[in-house]
Design a protein around this ligand. Sequence first.
Ligand code: NA7
Length: 881
Amino acid sequence: MPEEMVAARAPEMASRGAQQVDVAVVGAGFAGLYLLHRLRKAGFTAIALDSANDVGGTWYWNRYPGARCDIQTIDYSYTFDPELESAWTWSEKYATQPEILRYLGFVADRYDLRHDIRFGTKVTAATWDETADRWLLTTDNGAPVSCRHYIMATGCLSAPKAPEIDGVKDFKGEVYFTGRWPHEEVKLAGKRVAVIGTGSSGIQSIPLIAEQAAHLTVFQRTASFALPAHNGPSPADRVTLLEQDRAAYREQARWSLVGVPWPQQTDVSWQLSDAERRERFEKAWAAGDLAYILTQLWADQGVDIDGNALVAELVREKIRGIVKDPETAAALSPHDHPFGAKRPCLDTNYYATYNRPNVTLVNLRQEPIKAITASGIVTDKRSVDVDVIVFATGFDAMTGAIMAVHPITGRAGKSLSSAWAQGPQTYLGLTVAGFPNLFMITGPGSPSVLSNMAVSIEQHADWVVDRLAAMREAGFTTIDATETAQAAWAQHMADCSMMTLHRLANTWYTGANVPGKAQGVMPYTGGLGPYRSICNEVVSRGMLGFKLTGPNVPEQVNDGEVVRLQPDVRLVLGMLAEMNLPPIESLGAQGARDFVNEFNKGRPAGRPVGEVGAGMLQGADGPLPYRLYRPATPGPHPIVVYFHGGGWVLGDELSDDPFCRDMCRRTGMIFVSVGYRHAPEHRFPAAAEDGYAATRWIAEHAADLGGKPGPVLVAGWSAGANIATVTCQLARDRGGPQIAGQLLVCPVTDCRFDRQSYTDNAVGYFLTRALMFWFWDIYCSPADRTDPRASPLRGQLAGLPPAFVVTCEFDPLRDEGVAYAEALAAAGVPVRQLQAGGHFHSSFVMVDVVITGVSGRLQMAEALQRFAGLQVTPPHAIAAE
Ligand code: NA7
């Protein structure tokens, strides 16, 4: 038989004698057990395979001293069956590994799962058989398995990482890995022990090892943040909350960001005094709860480097208070990553352990390990002889268990390791294009380790099993993600990763702990609740992003991108939609103004600047109010004349207050926000003429305002950007003042409504086409609209100051902004553009709400600084103010 024919028939031959099931699951931990239960209930034949000899998954292997969960056990439990919940009571707030293992055994027995689990069995290869539309699994123990669907419930932390230190094999003493701790008792009494690694496993085990060992030497490369677990009985208030309304508690957890029902924190750090912040921190420290301290201090702690630095310093202060030797305390204090960007640890007596006379800390940042020898560990500065080395060096996390454990071959012979050579690519963290009928539970691209795993696992397993049941119902036998959907998910993941600080730490979240591994934030940072809603949306939009096939039904390909908006924009628009607000144009001018004023009261207050002042300036036809924002740095500063948004009808010099504060801080310039006149009381050209007159007045009074004499700059958002650029045209034509540059954010530049963005974004993105019609009608009669003072795109553009033009993808005004930038460039004006993908009209002015707007404002600030001839401020310098 020719070789190709042999190869083509290989799966068929191998599948002879194979165990035939609908679904095979790898792993018998939290995820594998629940999957088996659900699959069986849904009428599928299913088996699980696990290399361990019992259930438990990560809790089977990680049996080192002190191993416990770090999410409270009342939350770290299955929730699918209320009877199971009442049949099991945890003995402690954070259960030990043996108790969690007992729980999983109890679950396996209660639902009679064991007889469908092949223990002591490793999958050695998984191959998609294109002719049969089935997966074929070979194993190291017993028959192969032929299954329609293959689900990796392999856990995120199940492939221990190699120690990467020379000489491990030469060591003559005992060697243990926390992730593969022996089942029999390990006797450390009287021995000299070394622990390498100070992540959770090291931090949990070090205090207990120190109690037994004659001497313990801890080798620390990166200091972690650790907080006292205050273990004991489950806190009464949490238990009461759960028991009062179990279903509501669980539901709230399911829709929360991290899978534990804590409310969303809204106070931002700079709104709180030092004393208030300290009080909150002390409460969190006393609570001994990771989910609490990571979410409940202040709203900006996880998203803003300054808000985060406050927490980090408070933790370091605690470390200094506990550890007596200042040098050891300093070495134990993390300075190289934001708090929470690497998983903080829950400990019992960790820092106090370093006060013991039999414990030594070796700071590998100052003296790296050179080698392990027959008798111990040699660093740059010393040689430490030991009897035992414990490697608490972590895991090839998230992808290790999926990719490195066995070869997985999908369509057209493509291997998963080649598909993921540049980093994991998934759709929803659940599927991989080109690998039909393969699912991952808590894989890369899912919230997984950034959430309460128990809640994530149930969501994933439910979603997968429900999909399999729906496919069966419809006659489909294969499901495969489309490349478009997968690429869009990668973009969404990248957008999400800009919202949090995880990207700023070298951790197992990013793959940085494994030499040579592709780098990038692997878990989904957009939060569990939003993730759940996206998975639901995929289904409600007809399995968006999937191709489904079956022998007797037409193929269904629903290609597309499930999330195109920036993650926080999606949340904001979702919240607005839920509020069911009346269309602004239905409220009348005064009603709309009242509405906007009321609406603005709910937004985060802007950050402090050096000084905020108010005054009156001379407009085109009388005095106008202004608001002045002065930086904290020594002046005189260049002045930016700012025009607020609001369609020439709404808003005032205060209405873009957070934006003006933010830009004042970022640019180091004075912002003067002008209260120009509004329609319908003052129609065109009142606002335009006021803009010009105000700019002239401010330029003339620059020194009195504490500003730098010389050219001013102009900036504006929306209709304010219209006024800003009209001002530039008038200043050029009327002999001054000199303007050094213009920042135009989502400008109105033309009175035409037939550009594509008016159609694409007519409704659904807050600024609607109907609202723009209304604004134009109130401001300007049709006969006047082609006047360049209303539609600056129709004016002469040559000789205008350099411009930075910002447009947003989901904005009716997008295309006229782009057209203006292009027209400026064509007229020889130096112009740069920011076309902000996934953003909507209000993205950049919703400071501290739309977090992904920060990078855009950073670029705007750089542009203004360049226009003013200033040095561009590096982002972190702002914190110093
Ligand atoms: P982690 O958190 O990855 O910690 C591993 C530790 O081992 C960490 O301090 C590493 O330092 C250190 N390490 C790794 N390799 C070396 C070498 N070659 N030399 C010195 N030090 C090394 O794993 P854990 O098992 O503690 O915890 C994993 C998760 O389990 C935890 O987050 C909880 O979710 C439960 P590094 O940071 O790489 O400098």
